[in-house]
Design a protein around this ligand. Sequence first.
Ligand code: ADP
Ligand code: MG
Length: 352
Amino acid sequence: GASVHQIQSGQVIVDLCSVVKELVENSLDAGATSIDVRFKNQGLDVIEVQDNGDGISPHNYETLALKHHTSKLSTYSDLTTLQTFGFRGEALSSLCALSKFSVVTCMAPDAPKGTRLDFATSGKLSGMSVVAAQKGTTVFVENLFNNLPVRRRELERNIKREWGKVVGVLGQYACIQTGIKFSVSQQAGKGKKTTLFSTKGNRSTRENIVNVFGAKTLTALIALDLNLELETTSGPSQRWSTQDDGDRKDIRIVGHISRPASGEGRQTPDRQMFFVNARPCVLPQVSKAFNEVYKAYNGSQSPFIFCNIELDTHLYDVNVSPDKRTILLHDQNRMLESLKESLTALFESQDY
Ligand code: ADP
Ligand code: MG
């Protein structure tokens, strides 16, 4: 039967998508400028994430995959101004419990050799050997959920939907992260490896979007750059506003959206992506606000939305769900009203 460790591990790693997300975020935290994600049989057999980041220090080998081991959080106050994606030290520990887990890592910039680390289900280091490697870390996750038959069957049954989610989320990281080369490939059975998309270390999200979604998408998009301002002075109507008076904190909405009412019936892919300070997340209310305003200008067609909300870390909470995808925006209703006003103003002015 499943151990307590295996059951608890289901909290961070709920599905294929959360595996991919945790590994990519670890690579980003390690300062990688190149991230290569490779799947065998859509991740059912192997998920492999290779980066050119800092690598793992030998004194972390033993503890690497133990529960609550993290090299990232040094003081409690860090929690309020979190700069790294990870801080709980749960992902690798969970992956050991839920798959066959191993790592190849190397810290030296030009050494052709690295260390391969194998881990037991408990998270304990079970093997170590010298292998060929470049600077950075490659993580291997094999046979995900194999030791939890019910979860495994569920994964296999829903693999089409899961795979769609995985590709979607990887596209989000690839688009939002500028200056990073992302590559995603998949190999079915013994067939040929196919690359789904790759970004080139571009300087703009526009170029990333071209790499991921194709150049056609872009011709139908307009740039978004809205400033919503929060009055912090306790005036008679303390609210989010777009006027410029007093002392307040800014919320900036940056990204791209389908051109409204072009009259040409341009087709754009029905994709909607939301980020808070470059962290991909699920924001149903923000999405609803965008779609509502857009539909007033473009009938029933739903837009391509690429929207990064830049705001002070004190204005939201990421620790709502273990996967940190759900984000609680403080004072969300005011923000939504202000967003709708600004978006309407942009579409009315046609100043794009
Ligand atoms: P967290 O990210 O919350 O610290 P994880 O379980 O995801 O916890 O990772 C545990 C530790 O393993 C990290 O704190 C980091 O030190 C190390 N690590 C994981 N992935 C990588 C990577 N790709 N490159 C370098 N170090 C890594
Ligand atoms: Mg992590």
